[in-house]
Design a binder for this molecule. Structure first.
Ligand code: ZN
Length: 469
């Protein structure tokens, strides 16, 4: 059996069949660049990074498009607050986003289009909808009439009647239906604008994804992804616009990653618990965060906790330690990954990218490999180490050489403890002196003092060696 994907549109797992053989066209909604990215974004980014990597591993030629929403109410609001321009705000947070995605070890998408660079495509899509009677003007605004699109609600399984009933009272009376959404908005004084057939204005949020996905991937394309919070209304509206315009489906498979709570609370500005990616990467390796997310299925809701992240960090170290041990095996360079193991891994991942089971397999092999190495049995160990390397590589984990990883970890730890190698060396020498002079209590005090900061000492024939945990 090949790859099976849970399709939000059908509500079940389906066999994945690409529209063109050997090729996958993937669109994922990107960030609105008005603020630093938080750990919820990190989950979505890492989810689709792993999916992208896995599709490539399967041998598909993947075209991966992820956009930047660089004109939007929130961006404009921020610009006004800072006395800056929407353009400057967007530019700043695109740069920050790139720094975060590099730090997270994400592969770059094939294309990263910006909404403001596709205004012509957006206008022509709205024009097309207008010509088909699927858009109407109210003053300088243009709306999409949801009642005229029979499939409205099919992705979120929401009935239009219920949605209308649930709509807030202060609905814009100019709209035909409370659920109608803006394709184009007239610009208010001081807002960025573009000339259009409807006057000076800017695109609504949803239309940009329809315009850009069609431009780079055609319609229909294979996979559309994003966080579960985007199913309604964003993805529902994308489907309505695109399918009303071209009378073919927008995308075949819809993949959505689950929510992320923080200590069992929804992450929100008002609760003050928004956790930035940079904040986490200050004290943790990016691979710990990646492993943390991989340990749950991408569709499951997750609760972010520092303890969980700590555990994930320990796991990453265990794999690195095992690979470091394996590196000393002779014949490793020539070894090809154990086939049966890669097959088992593939079976797990083929089942809707089941990373928790793939990770369980990896840790099972880490244990058995360590046993083999403990017993000094190197028969077959090389191909197993090679398989282990291959599996973690497909998941985007362990992107470093073990030595480089431990060195980096050590430097970070020392920085956080306010220590430096020089200070530690000084203390070690003081302890050596005390030991030579048989001042055992003092020597022991230094050892304990270092231990409290996570530094362990080992007395070897060649002298004292210090280690971070
Ligand atoms: Zn989108």
């Amino acid at each position: 059996m090949g790859l099976r994907i849970y399709n939000t549109l059908s509500g079940r797992k389906e066999e994945f069949v690409p529209l063109r053989e050997g090729e996958v066209r993937l669109y994922v909604c990107g960030v609105t660049v008005y603020n630093a990215s938080h750990v919820g974004h990190a989950r979505a980014l890492l989810t689709f990074d792993v999916i992208y990597r896995y599709l490539k591993f399967l041998g598909f030629r993947v075209t991966f498009v992820r956009n930047f929403t660089d004109v939007d109410d929130k961006i404009i609001q921020r610009a006004n607050q800072e006395g800056s321009t929407a353009e400057a705000i967007a530019k700043r947070y695109i740069a920050e986003f790139r720094r975060d995605s590099d730090a997270l070890g994400l592969l770059s998408p094939t294309q990263e289009p910006k909404a403001t660079e596709h205004i012509a495509e957006i206008i022509s899509l709205i024009r097309r909808l207008e010509e088909k009677g699927m858009a109407y003007r109210v003053d300088g605004d243009v709306y999409f009439p949801v009642q005229a699109f029979p499939g409205y609600g099919k992705l979120s399984r929401k009935r239009l009647k219920e949605l209308e009933a649930g709509a807030r009272v202060e609905v814009d009376a100019r709209k035909r239906d409370p659920m109608d959404f803006a394709l184009w908005k007239e610009s208010k004084e001081g807002e960025p604008y573009w000339e259009s057939p409807w006057g000076r204005g800017r695109p609504g949020w949803h239309i940009e994804c329809s315009a850009m996905s069609t431009k780079y991937l055609g319609q229909p394309f294979d996979i559309h992804g994003g966080g579960m919070d985007l199913i309604f209304p964003h993805h529902e509206n994308e489907i309505a616009q695109s399918e009303a315009a071209f009378d073919v489906p927008l995308a075949r498979y819809w993949i959505h990653n689950g929510f992320l709570n923080i200590n069992q609370e929804k992450m929100s500005k008002s609760l003050g618990n928004v956790l930035g990616i940079q904040e986490i990467l200050e004290h943790r390796e990016a691979e710990a965060l990646r492993h943390y997310f991989l340990s749950s299925h991408y569709r499951s809701p997750m609760d972010f906790s520092e303890e969980g992240l700590e555990e994930a960090a320990t796991g990453v170290e265990r794999i690195y330690e095992t690979l470091e041990r394996g590196d000393s095996l002779t014949g490793l360079a020539a070894a090809s990954p154990e086939r049966a193991l890669i097959e088992m891994f593939r079976e797990e991942m083929d089942d809707d990218f089941n990373t928790p089971r793939a990770m369980a397999l990896i840790f099972d092999k880490v244990r058995s490999l360590n046993r083999l190495l403990d017993e000094g049995k190197s028969d077959g160990a090389s191909s197993r180490v090679a398989a282990l390397k291959r599996m973690v590589e497909i998941l985007g984990l362990l992107q470093d050489e073990p030595q480089a990883f431990f060195e980096r970890k050590k430097r970070r730890w020392l920085r956080l403890q306010g220590l430096s190698p020089e200070v530690i060396e000084g203390l070690v020498q003081k302890r050596d002196q005390a030991r030579r002079e048989k001042r055992w209590q003092e020597a022991d005090k230094i050892r304990v003092q270092l231990q409290e900061k996570g530094i362990t000492l080992e007395d070897t024939a060649g002298g004292t060696v210090w280690r971070v945990r």
